[in-house]
Design a protein around this ligand. Structure first.
Ligand code: 0GY
Length: 310
């Protein structure tokens, strides 16, 4: 069922609204924990969605994001530019600027971005750009354009976030390994979790991280990667159990180079919308010690996004 969202935009058919009654997690986040992957959408009447977008979301405002942050027990957010806003970063920048220093951002820019615009993004709190290779989300951007952007953002001390599907890693390997900055992979490179964790597909991702110490990974989005879904076992809050071995392996192998985030408001989900409280309770299953949890949620994102405080 389509629904009109603000600004007169019609939400994409079948798109689920984010869940506005999240439970309180049982896992108590460490002080200073950072939700390192989340988005804001519009509101469309204030920040219109991009003409080139592949989906139209329901609005998800900065006020709602900050309320979720406080409810779950996070201290700060990293707001990642979503494809429905294209390279118009105003909604993300506005959220960062309104956060009282509690949010920083990752932008999307085109080759035409000026130095002044990059400086304005930096002043708003942006510390990275996102290169998206997921074909259902974006049109193709030539690699030479991305490499030119990479060289410019390196000068600002920013990193590059890459989003791709696991099957595309072999083809993208040479480009990714030539990037001159820290490189952060979204959602562990979207492995097929029906395949074995020690099978060739995920081994290639592990090798990508092992051979390149500038590569980090977000161990995020079990709700996107799971085949078994949110079903809790024996009434316990251990959902998405099939994703645990993948995320745990990356956390334990590369503890200094992992990040975690909710992915609120969970774009493009059509079957199941997660309870963000349950997502937080996924964390102790993948980071099993207080030390690993502190690195994942505090030390690592602080090093990347607030290095001046480290
Ligand atoms: C995510 C995942 C998705 C979408 C986007 O920017 C976006 O539109 O990131 C997706 O559809 O898999 O990380 O939010």
């Amino acid at each position: 069922m389509s629904k009109i969202t603000s600004g007169g935009f019609t939400k994409t058919d079948g798109w689920l609204d984010w869940y506005d009654g999240p439970s309180k997690p049982q896992f108590v986040l460490p002080a200073g924990a950072i939700d390192a992957h989340c988005h804001v959408f519009g509101p469309g009447d204030q920040f219109p969605y991009a003409p080139e977008r592949k989906y139209t979301p329901c609005d998800a405002s900065k006020a709602e994001l900050f309320a979720l942050r406080d409810h779950l027990g996070f201290s700060r957010n990293i707001i990642v530019q979503a494809t429905c806003h294209g390279a118009d970063n105003r909604a993300m920048m506005d959220a960062c600027l309104s956060s009282g220093g509690k949010a920083r951002g990752v932008a999307t820019v085109k080759r035409s971005v000026t130095d002044d615009e990059l400086q304005a993004l930096h002043a708003a709190g942006v510390r990275g750009v996102r290169f998206n290779f997921v074909k259902r989300l974006v049109d193709f951007t030539p690699k030479d354009e991305l490499m030119e952007i990479a060289a410019r953002v390196k000068e600002l001390g920013w990193h590059i976030v890459i989003y791709f599907e696991a099957v595309d890693l072999p083809e993208l390997w040479d480009f990714f390994t030539a990037l001159p900055t820290t490189v952060v992979v979204d959602h562990m490179g979207r492995p097929n979790t029906a395949l074995p964790v020690d099978g060739p597909e995920f081994k290639l991702f592990e090798r990508f991280m092992a051979e390149h110490d500038n590569v980090w990974s977000k161990v995020t989005c079990p709700e996107r990667l799971s085949e078994t879904g949110p079903a809790a076992l024996n009434g316990e809050r251990n959902a998405y159990t099939d994703v645990v071995p993948f995320a745990r392996h990356i956390v334990e192998t590369f503890p200094e180079r992992v990040l975690w985030g909710t992915d609120w408001p969970h774009p493009n989900l059509k079957k199941h919308m997660p309870d963000d409280g349950l997502l937080v309770d996924f964390i102790p299953h993948i980071a099993r010690t207080a030390e690993l949890q502190h690195k994942l949620l505090v030390t690592n994102p602080m090093r990347l996004y607030w290095p001046e405080e480290c």
